[in-house]
Design a protein around this ligand. Structure first.
Ligand code: ZN
Length: 330
């Protein structure tokens, strides 16, 4: 499947090719699970597509998409293209030796007429040494090379790196864009539910569609969230081992925090009085005595905790207890 949504971004990218103004490095920036890496891959396909008709002026920009069937498109789809290098954090960080491997790859000449491309996923995990090393590559761009840095937190990248990259921001997409693209056997109610839980993020929506058990997991958290918010502090602490068992995995923790976050968003929507039909979708009871200020603070706390656990080895149980301490409504 081609990209879901991100039409403005795609038009911008196509114009770069048409005007032959392809930069050496780009940062695709926006919250997680929007499909930024997918957008980079589709753009790389288009750049190297053997059936690319970009030089024809008869075709509208929005219609320029990779053919998906030539050898190059297929190899990129399967991450088997020798002109594409992919790197992501090992453990929590991207280390300098990974950037050195990338530099070695870039030294080799691409096949004539092709672009050499690399995708650095979760680029905010580049540690300082790795960023310094990468900077050298960005300072001396050479030949038909294009680097993509996929990042959800721009502020963690050196300003010297940011200033050498073309930055393209990605946003959540609308319901109509999703429903237009997802042609599966799924009812509109179910799709609306998934849309709310995914907060309009295409990658997350695809994850839910491919793994329906994740929806029931999220809904379970949803039901627990209401109980947790009403519970006394000691009950909240008892809840943690009851819900997670002896040990909490990072994945479970993230799913739980997503669920909790979505539950607080439901309360927020109810308070605005605008979206009662969403409450009906979930058949959810909500807490009445939450102030806007407190809701906002708690949503921020959850976001901070998500960032913390993705980047450090903080103790998950303790940090969850800490969150619960501040979760009281008022
Ligand atoms: Zn192709």
């Amino acid at each position: 499947m081609f990209l879901i949504g991100h039409k403005t971004q795609w038009r911008f990218l196509v114009r770069l090719i048409k005007n032959q103004r392809i930069p050496h490095a780009m940062i695709f920036w926006g919250q997680e699970k929007l499909g930024k890496k997918k957008a980079a891959l589709e753009f790389i396909k288009l750049l190297n597509c053997q059936n690319n008709q970009l030089r024809s002026n008869k075709v509208e920009e929005k219609e320029f998409i990779p053919c998906q069937s030539c050898l190059s498109c297929k190899a990129i789809e399967k991450s088997r293209d020798p002109n594409l290098f992919f790197l992501a954090p090992e453990e929590k960080e991207i280390q300098i030796n990974q950037i050195k491997n990338l530099q070695e790859f870039l030294m080799l000449r691409p096949r004539t007429g092709y672009f050499k491309t690399a995708i650095i996923d979760q680029a905010e995990s580049l540690n300082s040494e790795a960023q310094n090393c990468l900077l050298k590559t960005l300072e001396e761009p050479r030949g038909q090379v294009l680097l993509f840095l996929i990042a959800s937190r721009l502020e963690r990248l050196f300003s010297t790196i940011r200033s050498r990259c073309q930055i393209l921001k990605f946003f959540p997409v609308s319901f109509s864009e999703i429903s237009g693209e997802v042609k599966r056997e799924i009812s509109e109610t179910e799709l609306r539910r998934i849309f709310f839980l995914s907060q309009g993020r295409p990658k997350q929506i695809m994850d839910f569609l491919e793994n329906p058990e994740k929806i029931s997991q999220t809904l379970k958290v949803f039901q627990e969230a209401e109980k947790i918010l009403r519970a006394e502090l000691f009950e909240k602490f008892i809840f943690i081992p009851k819900f997670f068992g002896k040990e909490i995995s990072l994945k479970e923790m993230n799913e739980f925090l997503d669920g909790l976050e979505n539950y607080l968003r439901l309360i927020l929507l109810k308070k605005t009085g605008l979206k009662n039909e969403i409450l009906d979708l979930f058949n959810a009871r909500t807490i009445e005595n939450y102030s806007y200020k407190k809701l906002k603070k708690n949503l921020e706390n959850i976001q901070t905790l998500k960032n913390l656990i993705s980047q450090t080895n903080v103790n998950l149980r303790l940090s969850l207890e800490n969150l619960f301490l501040n979760l009281e409504p008022n």
